[in-house]
Write a protein that binds this ligand. Structure first.
Ligand code: SF4
Ligand code: SF4
Length: 271
């Protein structure tokens, strides 16, 4: 009995030592670049890069499965720092910021009914007519985007019933654009001078019935733009930012004032 136990114990020890030896031999040493890249990421873990947090992105970057500028929250500075660790060239893209394509304020947009459900835009958007506001394309106004922003770059203007963007804080992570059920939050180049703040695709008379500030596709902006950079697409004015020099003619001519200067968009501080 004692001998059998000794033989079994000895065999176990030899096997264990052998396995440990093999494990050490075939082990892949951790890539120190993962930690170095991780250190250079902002640590917001916002997931906007499409990877599970900053750890996931760091591993993907080292494996070559992501580009150095994948972290929109970190912006160009992070892209440059990451590229340096990986020995790659940083891609210097233009800074983007989110813009709200709706001017349907509480005052301008007609309400079809009172919504008393949960305070979430996605819940309200599946109600009849796409929500309580008569414009089915416009902002629902319940602030789902504001709550989704990990960088406090959005706040609700309660009087207007629309979200406003703090362009300094916006990292262009794009999370709000994914959360908005109306697709009215979009990333635009930070240098873009003007913005058509409406996405209502209906014809003018129908728009008028729903919202006094919507684009009625009258074409005044198209005809008056000295740069010929505005066109009507599906009943909405569309500005090609590459051609716009910010002269403001369209802002002045638009009868409903749905074209705005991007730098004039009000800032409401998050509380
Ligand atoms: S922009 Fe979209 S998510 Fe934000 S308040 Fe309006 S409908 Fe809701
Ligand atoms: S002038 Fe205003 S309302 Fe008319 S088409 Fe242009 S953006 Fe729309």
């Amino acid at each position: 009995m004692m001998t059998a136990a000794l033989v079994l114990g000895g065999a176990g020890l030899v096997l264990g030592a052998g396995l440990a030896f093999v494990a050490v031999k075939i082990a892949v040493p951790p890539d120190e670049r993962v930690a170095a890249v991780r250190e250079r990421l902002p640590g917001a873990n916002c997931g906007a890069c499409g990877f599970p947090g900053c750890d996931g992105l760091a591993a993907a970057l080292v494996k070559g499965e992501a580009k150095p500028d994948s972290c929109t929250a970190g912006g160009p500075a992070t892209a440059a720092a990451v590229a340096e660790v990986l020995g790659l060239e940083a891609v210097a893209g233009e800074r983007m910021v989110v813009a709200v394509h709706c001017v349907g304020t509480n005052q301008a947009a007609r309400r079809s009914y009172e919504y008393l459900g949960i305070a979430d835009c996605r819940a309200a958007a599946i109600m009849p007519g796409g929500g309580p506001r008569a414009c089915s394309y416009g902002c629902v106004g319940l602030g789902t985007c504001v709550r989704a922003c990990p960088f406090d770059a959005l706040a609700m203007d309660d009087e207007a019933g629309l979200p406003v963007v703090d362009r300094e804080k916006c990292t262009s992570c794009g999370i709000c654009t994914q959360e908005c059920p109306k697709n009215i939050m979009a990333l635009v180049p930070a240098s873009q001078p003007t913005l058509v703040s409406c996405r209502n695709l209906d014809k003018g008379p129908q728009v008028r019935k729903a919202c006094s500030a919507g684009c009625i596709a009258c074409g005044l902006c198209v005809r008056s733009c000295p740069q010929k950079t505005i066109s009507l697409v599906n009943n909405v004015a569309c500005i090609d930012p590459a051609g716009c020099d910010g002269c403001g003619t369209c802002v002045e001519k638009c009868p409903t004032k749905c074209i705005v200067f991007t730098h004039n968009v009000p800032v409401v501080q998050a509380v």
